[in-house]
Ligand binder design. Structure first.
Ligand code: BGC
Length: 246
């Protein structure tokens, strides 16, 4: 099935048509900057522009950086608070003229990794973390997603985890890989203690540099880099779009 996958973030909105049977992008991805303030209407317009760019008339799947329940946005960490209570599914459908499925962006990335990437064929509990501006999480048991986990908002050492452990925090605090790995070890160690996953997948743009920090993590669990790097969000959003309306 061909679905337009769109990965919506606080800094960029990117998309590409995806073959959901193979997980391959059918065209080069297109990225548009997220409008300043990340408010609902301007962001919906960008989603509309992306669909128009690809001349899209079919189904669309969108990953969104917030808790999403039945299309409704419930939280707003790195986007405008005006999003809370808005129905993204309806806004994006109006902007594109297409049927749109919206899920959490990290859940989308997790779906892609479980189907085609680092989690393929893995049973038991798999935890995926996306390390970017914030920290997204996706939790699977025997391949089934438990949506909207938001482990990036867990409080650790009296701070919200994503404010200290994200890739944005690494850059902001100009941390060496070693120092960042120490922070990550404390955070991932806590998650490991609570969830006892069989596998942890680390994604987000920084996962392409996994050789620099992954060997430094001291957590007694198998930890692997995401295979899609930054494209998991697009592919997974398309996978969600291929399923029934959510
Ligand atoms: C949001 C999550 C999102 C993550 C990654 C967090 O700030 O609360 O919903 O998955 O950022 O974008």
């Amino acid at each position: 099935m061909e679905i337009l996958g769109i990965d919506i973030g606080g800094s960029g909105i990117k998309g590409a048509p995806v073959d959901t049977k193979t997980g391959k992008l059918l065209a080069e991805r297109h990225r548009i900057k997220t409008p300043k303030g990340a408010e609902p209407q301007p962001m919906a317009e960008v989603v509309g522009q992306l669909a128009h760019y690809f001349g899209w008339q079919g189904l669309i799947g969108a990953g969104f950086p917030a808790v999403v329940q039945y299309g409704e946005i419930k939280t707003a960490a790195n986007i405008s608070e005006q999003w809370i209570g808005q129905n993204a599914r309806e806004l994006f459908a109006a902007a594109t003229g297409c049927e749109v499925t919206v899920i959490n962006d990290a859940d989308a990335a997790g779906l892609a990794e479980m189907k085609f990437g680092a989690g393929k064929g893995r049973r038991g509990t798999v935890l995926m973390l996306t390390l970017g501006t914030g920290i997204g999480s996706a939790l699977f048991n025997d391949g089934v997603l438990i949506p909207n986990t938001e482990f990036g908002h867990m409080e650790i050492e009296c701070e919200i985890a994503e404010l200290r452990m994200s890739d944005a925090a690494r850059q902001r605090d100009e941390l060496s890989w070693k120092k960042w790995a120490r922070r990550l070890t404390r955070y991932i160690g806590k998650l490991h203690l609570l969830l006892q996953p069989n596998l942890i997948i680390l994604g987000g743009g920084v996962s392409k540099d996994y050789e620099k920090f992954l060997p430094l993590l001291k957590v007694n669990c198998e930890i692997v880099p995401a295979q899609f790097f930054n494209e998991a969000g697009i592919v997974g959003a398309a996978l969600a779009g291929a399923k029934k309306k959510k």
